[in-house]
Design a binder for this molecule. Structure first.
Ligand code: DC
Length: 219
């Protein structure tokens, strides 16, 4: 039987992660953070000091990659060569490297099956950049979540706990990522033509989730 797939795309800091998690809980299905796959690749590139701009080196690296999600306490954790790396991929450095390396079509192709295999087995909420456009163009519900850059940077700032955090730096890194992610040739960040766009600038998390649930229950 065809599975129900919900896609939520959008730039960093628009609220995708929290909202996708809450929506998946209210639907009783799994939540898949596809950005963590790109972060996992970036983490391994960084750890193994891979010269990823060289196509032959990159091809060899991808062949050796052993990355996948595993179920743990009803959540998906990211496992690389048997090691749970879920908590190691959230640094600003990995964010930037994931954004740069995810422009490589070879990397995107290598991660496609992982995403499609999950969707073949169960209903799911998928969060990412190209969910509604490339990976799941036939998804039942597609949302594109966005917000003003200043608000997104402020949200990230509020989440961080180090005293050295710097709002201007966060904002400029976010703008660079927005640019990389939306200007790349391969599966750029953009709303699918049939996606419902939601501006979260002046909405709370709960208001966005309610809006999505409302839209889904009407159709
Ligand atoms: O969602 P995130 O911030 O964890 O994603 C990190 C980077 O991974 C993002 O800057 C671009 C890339 N990415 C992608 O290219 N396609 C996706 N479906 C998800 C993330």
């Amino acid at each position: 039987m065809k599975k129900t797939i919900v896609t939520i795309d959008g730039p960093a800091g628009a609220g995708k992660t929290t909202i996708s998690k809450l929506l998946s809980q209210s639907l009783g299905c799994v939540y898949v953070d596809t950005g963590s796959l790109y972060r996992g690749v970036a983490y391994e590139i960084d750890r193994q000091k891979i010269n990823w701009e060289n196509d032959d080196v990159l091809a060899g690296f991808i062949d050796s990659l052993d990355l996948n999600f595993e179920n743990k306490d009803k959540e998906l954790v990211l496992v690389s060569s048997g090691k749970d790396i879920t908590d190691l991929i959230r640094t600003p450095q990995i964010s930037m490297l994931a954004s740069a390396t995810s422009a490589k079509p070879r990397i995107r192709a290598a991660l496609l099956d992982i995403q499609k295999n999950i969707a073949a087995k169960q209903d799911a909420v998928f969060e990412g950049r190209d969910m509604g456009t490339v990976v799941f163009p036939d998804a039942e519900y597609k949302f594109f979540l966005f917000a003003d850059l200043a608000i997104r940077a402020q949200r990230r700032y509020n989440e961080m706990d180090e005293c050295s955090k710097d709002i201007d730096h966060i904002k400029s890194q976010m703008a660079t990522r927005d640019d990389n992610d939306s200007q790349r040739k391969s599966a750029p960040l953009k709303a699918a033509s049939d996606a419902i766009k939601i501006d979260s600038t002046f909405l709370t998390i709960d208001q966005v989730v309610d809006k999505m649930v409302g839209i889904m229950s009407k159709s």
